[in-house]
Design a protein around this ligand. Structure first.
Ligand code: SF4
Ligand code: SF4
Length: 388
């Protein structure tokens, strides 16, 4: 079970924000302090060793980078300032680009010019779409559904959902193949047993195990519960913040992409209507969570905020602006300002659409899928290997 050595690996990873890994001398301190590391999946030392040795195949098959929630404990205790927490973060960017068969993730993470151009290009296309195809602009009242009929937006949303799902799921399948085929996570096994394990993991896991363990995926996807296991008060606050963004984002995504005909209506719902309450919760959750994260990065108030990649900024800023312009639309409707509301609506869409079509399948949002997926696959593996 030999592995090809790639001497350029450490250099390549610098493009993804892995800066200080070369200084690591493998003392193992980071693995000892990490409360999420375990005997079966020890990290971060093991994956840092892989990248120092140029073992790209092993790195791509490693689930560990997705098991780290970037609390920063390991970086604070590293005697060599190798910043293992940030190395894990950079590895997640790298792995995202390795799973993505289109190559867009790689360009997005390694070229600021591409990142900015892609966002501006999609925004410009949305703006042009509204310029040429918007409906009548009634001025005696705010009539968003005349300006941009929700039935048309719904069709476009569903097309977008199908395209995003295609990219996201095909990339997730590549991750699944990579992660499920690594028997080196079981060092106690002999060579022959490892081969047997590999065959079994990829081809022989009974469907019943996947179904039985699916609850793990659902639980981790919606709660990010593992994050809370990091332990300290500061980490719990970070988890709550993460949870607010995640739940707010999921609610808005469901309301806008699937439930647009109930969400975008010209009559304003009563204050306690469930859709209005959900909208207010999602707005508060995203705005609060992203403001805290942006402010922390500006102030560099925690170890985890010290090194921000441009893609982290792009996601947070787009999400913050999408939410803020969403609030302005609501205010425009409440104040009955038709033209102002239509103009803000177009700006809102020019921010929201790039955030969805770039971030969801190719960039930061993918973490929301890959993390719970890896935790789920770890459980499936554990069950499947019982009896080997
Ligand atoms: S990253 Fe730091 S703490 Fe971890 S093994 Fe390397 S030198 Fe030790
Ligand atoms: S950042 Fe936290 S969770 Fe991630 S490896 Fe370091 S100690 Fe573990």
């Amino acid at each position: 079970m030999s592995s090809e050595v790639n001497p350029e690996l450490l250099l390549n990873l610098k493009e993804f924000g892995v800066e200080d890994a070369a200084t690591c001398f493998n003392c193992g301190n980071c693995t000892a302090v990490c409360s999420l590391s375990s005997e079966a999946t020890p990290f971060p030392r093991k994956v840092i060793r892989y990248l120092q040795l140029g073992l790209k195949d092993k790195l791509v098959a490693s689930p560990e980078p997705w098991l780290c929630y970037y609390c920063g404990d390991c970086s604070e205790t590293c005697p060599r300032q190798a910043n293992p927490g940030e190395v894990m973060m950079g590895l997640r960017r790298y792995l995202t680009s390795m799973y993505d068969w289109t190559g867009i993730s790689r360009l997005f993470y390694t070229s600021k010019v591409f990142e900015v151009t892609a966002i501006l290009l999609v925004a410009a296309l949305v703006g042009l779409g509204f310029y040429f195809f918007h409906g009548p602009m009634l001025t005696d009242r705010v009539a968003l559904n005349v300006f941009a009929p929700n039935t048309t937006i719904e069709i476009l949303d569903l097309i977008m959902l199908a395209v995003l799902s295609f990219f996201l799921l095909t990339n997730a399948y590549r991750m699944f193949k990579a992660v499920m085929g690594d028997p080196d996570q079981y060092p106690a096994l002999s060579f022959a047993e490892k081969q047997q394990v590999q065959n079994r993991l990829l081809r022989g896991v009974p469907l019943a195990i996947y179904i039985r363990e699916a609850k793990e995926f659902v639980l981790q996807f919606f709660t990010q519960k593992k994050f809370a296991a990091c332990g300290t008060r500061s980490q719990n606050i970070q988890w709550i913040n993460h949870l607010l963004i995640m739940t707010g984002y999921s609610i808005v995504f469901a309301l806008v992409v699937i439930g647009i005909r109930w969400f975008q209506r010209d009559e304003i719902y009563p204050l306690w209507h469930p859709i209005r309450v959900l909208g207010y919760y999602a707005t508060f959750a995203i705005l609060y969570g992203t403001t805290i994260a942006i402010w922390g990065r500006i102030k560099k108030s925690k170890t985890v905020y010290e090194h921000s990649h441009s893609s982290d900024w792009a996601f947070l800023i787009l999400l913050w602006l999408t939410t803020f312009t969403g609030i302005l639309i609501h205010v425009g409707r409440l104040l009955e300002l038709p033209l102002t509301t239509y103009a803000i609506y177009v700006i809102h869409m020019m921010i929201a659409v790039p955030m969805l079509v770039i971030e969801v399948p190719f960039a930061k949002w993918t973490h929301q899928l890959y993390r719970p997926l890896v935790l789920y696959l770890m459980k499936v593996k554990q069950r499947a290997l019982q009896g080997v």
